[in-house]
Ligand binder design. Sequence first.
Ligand code: BGC
Length: 750
Amino acid sequence: MTVDISTLTLEQKASLLSGQDFWSSQPIPEVGIPSIVLTDGPHGIRRQDAESDHLGINDALPSTCFPPAVAVGSSWDPQIAAQVGAAVGREGLAFGVGVVLGPGVNIKRSPLCGRNFEYYSEDPLLSGVLATAHVNAMQDVGPGASVKHFAANNQEHERMRISADVDERTLREIYLPAFERVVTEAAPATVMASYNKINGVYASQNRWLLTDVLRTEWGFQGAVVSDWGAVSNRVAGVAAGMDLEMPGNGGGTDQEIVDAVRNGTLDERVVDESVRRVLALAARPTPSNGTLEVDAHHTLARTLAADSIVLLKNEDDALPVADVSRIAVIGPFATDPRFQGGGSSHINATRTDAALDTIRDHALERGITVEYATGFLLADGDEDTDARRAEAASTAARADIAIVFAGLSDREESEGFDRETLQLPAAQIDLIKAVAAVAPRTVVVLSNGGVVSLEGWHDDVDAIVEGWLLGQAGGSAIADVLFGVVNPSGHLAETIPLRLEDNPSWNNFPGEQGHVRYGEGVMVGYRHYETAGIPVRYPFGHGLSYTTFATTGLEIEQAGSDAVTVRVTVTNTGTRTGKHVVQLYVATDAGPVRRPARELRSFAKISLEPGHTETVELTLGRRAFAYWDVELSQWVVPAGEYRIQVGENVSTIVAEHSVTLEGDVVVRALTMASTVGDWFAHPVVGPALMAGMAEGLTEEQAQQAEQNPDALKMVESMPMQQFLTFTNGAFPLEMLEQLMALSTDEPANA
Ligand code: BGC
């Protein structure tokens, strides 16, 4: 399709910049412009053929529900993310979908965000690496991606109008890097502008975000699509770089674009740019081919889910289930699994696996008896809570091991609203405690999209399996892990705190009077807990296995002034094949800004047979050491010492080496508001000033200055302007002005 834009009327061009309907772009058949289908995503295809909505209310055509991002995040495995992406891509092709909306790479700022199940992690590197793998794999198959929600959309409360008030260093270091990585390493077809405002300006009309950062800095070539209904001011949106308004509204706002061009408030060349990008999107080949591989994809969904499960606790090897003759399975999540979240990503699954069925299969093979009790109901107003709990307890008492399936229902968490508590419903906590009091061994399996508190019952049980939301085959995947058919290898992509109040966003979530202040800055999630030394229940990166691993031989090698190659050797010292995640953190105090105690800077997941050893090599580039300098508006690697740490999780460092980096030569232009300290520390001006001063001093004054270095310390923080008032003309303004001009001569090497 080649369309000469100059042959299109202004009205035609404006019409291309909004959707034809809920799920497709506007075609102009007479000039050969096709329509492209954009639909949710991201862990399955939600293709609606009848009543359309973006809230997941009306059923879509059946497709495979793969593990949502909360699960993929816990896999710490780009290959899992890539397999989800490729499989969703194949299903997209079968449905003729051109763009699958997602993945979501927003940071889990608060564990209460109702949509955390759709996001990967509280860490930008982990989120970005997984999303990049997903997008690359999906786009290789065919459909384009729509990385969302750009940006700082970290809560559901007032999501359509709240202003996320975030300082630039925090945006650059925490909330933007996952987007940046996907854009620069996977070239997504589209980026979705979020509903919220950022520092008072709607994301969908934020020129700094959509043009300066996304296009100019990161080189994004694709189209920006609005989140569904995120356009507030159409003309401001186009001017900012927001190309395609979705969903279509019958062309209602197109006239605004036409009028703005005609009255000179919008440059037609800007419209043309957007049209070009939308045409390039529509020109993406979207062959509607292939059939849904229902069985194969269900099997794949089971494998991917199993590798995402996190074994949190396993006292005395309570798991895998072995040497038992009777199992009690308790809780409605065992028969009626919760495997995905509510809202726009809701998939009409081709089938669902209930854990109880697969537990029975595995048990049958091993000659084990399984007995089931409901234990509690998910609905409110259960008048038989006590009876149900008593029945479950007596079932548990008869068994060798009790497995309680607990978790959150759709009513408790979903797109559209945030949670108010981390607690499991009280009836479930009572049940867990009642069962644990009588069962010889108790295992709790959790189904939840966001973190739930384990307090009040953690110490009563022997094992805890965090099953998150695992997609349609999750029930079987859980059974596979319980019986050791699969060795668990998931790790936490988010901290499980002891108390909600310990979370760094707590004082500023979900905001008030239209603003949510990201007051914790870069200290998000583990960055805060580690830096402030706040104990947590389970740290970021935690996850157990049925085997054991030893990490030895950490070697680091400097590769240039700001890159380091790291080698570490891992041995499977246990008796089962298992997967291990090498987690590499960097810790430093270098630079003029407060750095988190340590930050995840690289990772790799490997599989090892018992007794086998592998050496993993990871490279840390300059961004692993850099902070965003708000004065210079650039990344800076400060000179100093950096500790390269290998952790079993963020709190348990098992090997460490230091490296000293020369860092960047940073020269800040001096002004009269710069402090005396800045002036003397300046690499060019400092020595000149010193020499000038020395010349003007008598021998006695020079001696005094040498003997009393603290005198300089006292005035170090004084701005030069104020300092001058005390110096009696010793520093002529003319001389300082000359020095100021000198101060910008040497640029920083960014
Ligand atoms: C959600 C998006 C989704 C879109 C289309 C919006 O409400 O925020 O994530 O892709 O609807 O369903």
